[in-house]
Design a binder for this molecule. Sequence first.
Ligand SMILES: Cc1cc2nc3c(=O)[nH]c(=O)nc-3n(C[C@H](O)[C@H](O)[C@H](O)COP(=O)(O)OP(=O)(O)OC[C@H]3O[C@@H](n4cnc5c(N)ncnc54)[C@H](O)[C@@H]3O)c2cc1C
Length: 275
Amino acid sequence: MLVGADGIRSTVRAQFLPQVQPIYAGYVAWRAVLDEARVPREAHRDIFELYTFCLPEGEQLLGYPVPGHDGDTVPGRRRYNIVWYRPVDTPVLDAMCTDASGQLQSGGIAPSLIRDEIVARVKADAEALLAPQLAEIFLRSEPFFQPIFDLESPALAFGRVALTGDAAFVVRPHVGAGATKAAIDATVLADCLGRAGEDVAGGLARFESVQRPFGRDIVALSRQQGSYLSAQLKPQAQRRGSELRRDVEALLYAHGNRSDQIGDIVAARGLDAYF
Ligand SMILES: Cc1cc2nc3c(=O)[nH]c(=O)nc-3n(C[C@H](O)[C@H](O)[C@H](O)COP(=O)(O)OP(=O)(O)OC[C@H]3O[C@@H](n4cnc5c(N)ncnc54)[C@H](O)[C@@H]3O)c2cc1C
């Protein structure tokens, strides 16, 4: 059998579900990583050890320490990571994804191909919009961006072929669970096949019946958490509820309880046994 674990642009999925394409969420994530040794002293003192939010109007930034090269967690050898969500409409995104030779890199552009003027513009915005500690870290880094997409597959099993991870469902990063979901998919697939013995089709049918609702639930949660950002491209009059105004307390609560939220979905879908 074949397991399609080939990510958001899965060629395996494209064979069976050519109509299913990643849906652009209406915003990009600018990413910046800086070695701890290069973080200015004041910024290090103020925020390095903290999970930090910065919320310019219509945007959202998270900053937090991550391991250094080779997973090093020794103080002084770690890195600081920034994820800055910024609404961008499709024509502007296409311009941002066009390299210096005029070639449009649809679906996302490699960091090395992002034009200098795009980076210069986001750095100027960082100076104008961000808390100074975060701006200083961002300005010292070599930022790049990723358009945010999500995707739901209506089926995960096709004969002796299965889709797992981002090939099956793409979860927006807010819930921090895409890698976890991919791991649960793999575990449940192995379990279903193990129990099915020679009946591969039966095992795959069971896998699909368990993991499709699970994937749908996580995608729905990630869309809900990104709704304020997606809504920024709508006219004000068409926005509703949480799309209109950000509830900062709810945002902090959702981030503080990410594991519980995923745990609730796991429990509701009867997947506790895999933990
Ligand atoms: C900005 C951002 C932040 C994120 N933050 C988090 C987070 O904090 N926590 C979290 O859990 N998740 C996070 N995610 C999501 C997470 O990265 C993905 O959900 C996860 O990597 C999916 O794993 P995967 O193995 O299914 O796919 P991938 O990690 O995409 O792996 C697919 C692999 O298949 C290979 N491949 C593709 N095509 C072929 C082919 N034809 N032949 C052979 N190999 C092929 C690729 O090279 C790649 O190695 C984030 C995503 C984004 C965009």
